[in-house]
Design a protein around this ligand. Structure first.
Ligand code: SAM
Ligand code: DTB
Ligand code: SF4
Length: 325
């Protein structure tokens, strides 16, 4: 009997379009069934973010408050002290996070920066947390250095389709992102790579983005799907709202295309109601960022999330998200 391959890297536009054209119920049924085959039901992985260097970024990403090209009302901060990272990681672990992600507003780290970040990674690792870093572009040597320091994941999003990328960022190319992702893989790190929905992209752009992710030689272990947070002072501040069903459908299709990857319902949850988040988890999202802030923008916070998880019966067998930090 012919064995059906569950992990595929040869997705075609027409097949993905067909998935998006299914009725919502049919699509949800399909993605939820796949989800249950590959993951423990009702379990959502928790990660915590910390901005280790904030603002003044030379890149011009149209969505980002940290770009020096825009005028978002942002408190800038140089590379933080190791002690601050340690404190934040201890609290994250206490709150049930299994992964701690350190983000820096850099185009790429200098070798000196990297030395200091490696010390942070060693510290966070020693606390028994998985580590993730997102520091911009990396060359092969830098990726290897991070891997040696014990880094588990590297986050580097493609953000949108190759076609739409140049409307959003002009200071680097889509291919630069792919080069870094290859360097990260080559160094043996796990890949966290996803994108943003609601930047004015078309369905075709969403399809292309998912195809790029799912047709990488190896699927990213973690796929963050962010809803654009429209930050005043950024060029995308007045973009039309994302239809919640477009978010849900994209999560479903991502779950079907990358059945064993964690799909993170990432930025933008403060602008989603409980029902949208519930549907997102049913569609196959199984990871979130917890805590009051993401890097610089607001996030629901542990009390709100604890209430939501309680209502939905999520993570009831795991350490609950407690209110006593
Ligand atoms: N500078 C590094 C980079 O660009 O890879 C790391 C930090 S950057 C802030 C990480 C990711 O945050 C971006 O790739 C983007 O997907 C997400 N992001 C930034 N601003 C956002 C916003 N306003 N809404 C949603 N996601 C956002
Ligand atoms: C990801 O995909 N989203 C996170 C994380 N990876 C680094 C960042 C979201 C940032 C939202 C805007 C802010 O907090 O500044
Ligand atoms: Fe800089 Fe990253 Fe923000 Fe782009 S997304 S401006 S690279 S911090």
């Amino acid at each position: 009997m012919k064995k059906i391959k569950t992990i595929r890297n040869n997705w075609k536009n027409s097949e993905v379009k067909r998935l998006f054209n299914l009725s919502l119920n049919d699509l949800l049924f399909k993605s939820h069934t796949i989800h249950r085959k590959n993951f423990k039901k009702n379990e959502v992985q928790l990660s915590t973010l910390l901005s280790i260097k904030t603002g003044s970024c030379p890149e011009d990403c149209a969505y980002c408050p940290q770009s020096a090209h825009h005028n978002a009302n942002l408190e800038k901060e140089k590379l933080v002290e190791l002690k601050k990272v340690e404190k934040a990681a201890i609290i994250a672990k206490k709150n049930g996070s299994t992964r701690f992600c350190m983000g820096a507003a850099w185009r790429n780290p200098t070798d000196r920066d990297l030395e200091l970040v490696c010390k942070m990674i060693e510290k966070v690792s020693s606390l028994g947390l998985e580590t993730c870093a997102t520091l911009g572009m990396l060359n092969q040597k830098q990726a290897e250095k991070l891997a040696k320091s014990g880094l588990d994941y590297y986050n580097h999003n493609i953000d949108t389709s190759k076609k739409y990328y140049k409307e959003i960022i002009t200071t680097r190319k889509f291919e630069d992102r792919i080069t870094t992702l290859n360097n990260v893989r080559e160094a043996g790190l796990k890949v966290c790579c996803g994108g943003i929905l609601g930047m004015g992209e078309t369905l075709e752009d969403r399809i292309d983005m998912l195809i790029t992710l799912a047709n990488l030689p190896k699927h990213p272990e973690s796929v963050p799907l962010n809803q654009l947070i429209k930050i005043p002072g950024t060029p995308l501040e007045n973009t039309n709202d994302l239809n919640p069903f477009d978010l849900i459908k994209t999560i479903s299709v991502a779950r079907i295309m990358m059945p064993k990857s964690y799909i993170r319902l990432s930025a933008g949850r403060t602008n989603m109601d409980d029902s949208t988040q519930a549907l997102a988890f049913f569609a196959g999202a199984n990871s979130i960022f917890q805590g009051d802030i993401l890097l610089t923008a607001p996030n629901p916070g542990k009390k709100t999330d604890a209430q939501l998880f309680d209502k939905l019966g999520l993570n009831s067998e795991k350490i609950p998200i407690t209110n006593n930090a």
